[in-house]
Ligand binder design. Structure first.
Ligand code: SAH
Length: 233
């Protein structure tokens, strides 16, 4: 996807980008591809793919939630997807990027510095540790392609404010929602909306699933990572 195609596709999903935003994305892409040569940040290496599979794809979150003047936490953001891209296009979002890998966190700090972004922080932590102490803090929590949905729910829902939303960005979720009702009940969430669509140009399937948090999360969640992995809730 070249830049013109990127701008056109964003218009179709009601996103208008300013020249300043495009310059920031351009710089982000440059830093990403330069740093990616030194160590492994992303498997996606060419510019057209970065615009489609990272930038455009991150922005599809706007199909399922309004992104203005809210706090958003991106769990397992990697090289900043979707959180960093959302911050660039929705500057009044307050963004927290969480990742367990130190070199990715250093990269994110570098991008923030290069782009002069404000109201965005990077937390180097495992989500299941972070969400032990940071509770009911964010309007929106999201993650793209990090872990099985059940794991994501257990360590992401504690971070969400009551009445706030958790959104998983996935390719296919059919298998992941088998026997998941017990998670909804114990974590006190409701499935509000599922959207399935294909990415333009390459036509791979994407699924967004939005949950609403109904009530505070019991302090016993999340469990230890070994339990999250081994035993169902
Ligand atoms: N969201 C990004 C990165 C996906 S790769 C994207 O879509 O491009 C998965 C990332 O999640 C890795 O950077 C890894 O370090 C991080 N991760 C995996 N499990 C995690 C956990 N439990 N807590 C925090 N980060 C985690």
């Amino acid at each position: 996807m070249n830049k013109e195609q990127f701008i056109d596709e964003l218009k179709k999903i009601n996103i208008t980008v300013t020249d300043h935003m495009l310059e920031q994305l351009e710089k982000y892409d440059e830093v990403l591809r330069a740093e990616n040569k030194k160590y492994n940040l992303t498997a996606i290496k060419n510019k057209e793919d970065v615009y489609l599979k990272h930038f455009y794809d991150s922005l599809t979150l706007s199909k399922i939630i309004k992104l203005e003047n809210q706090s958003l936490c991106d769990i397992g953001t990697g090289a900043g997807f979707p959180g960093m891209v959302l911050k660039i296009i929705y500057p009044n979002l307050k963004v927290t990027l969480v990742d367990a890998t130190e070199k990715k966190c250093k990269f994110l700090q570098l991008v923030i510095q290069e782009l002069g972004l404000k109201d965005i922080e990077v937390i180097h932590a495992r989500a299941e540790i972070y969400s032990k102490t940071v509770r009911e803090k964010y309007d929106i929590v999201t993650s793209r392609a990090v872990a099985p949905l059940k794991h994501l729910l257990e360590y992401s829902i504690p971070l969400v404010k009551v009445e706030g939303n958790y959104i998983a960005m996935k390719s296919d979720i059919q298998k992941e929602i088998e026997n998941i009702d017990i998670y909804y009940k114990k974590l006190k969430i409701e499935e509000e909306k599922i959207l399935t669509f294909t990415l333009p140009y390459e036509e791979s399937t994407r699924t967004l699933i939005r949950y609403k948090k109904i009530d505070k999360t019991d302090l016993k969640y999340p469990r230890k990572y070994t339990d999250i992995k081994k035993k169902s809730l």
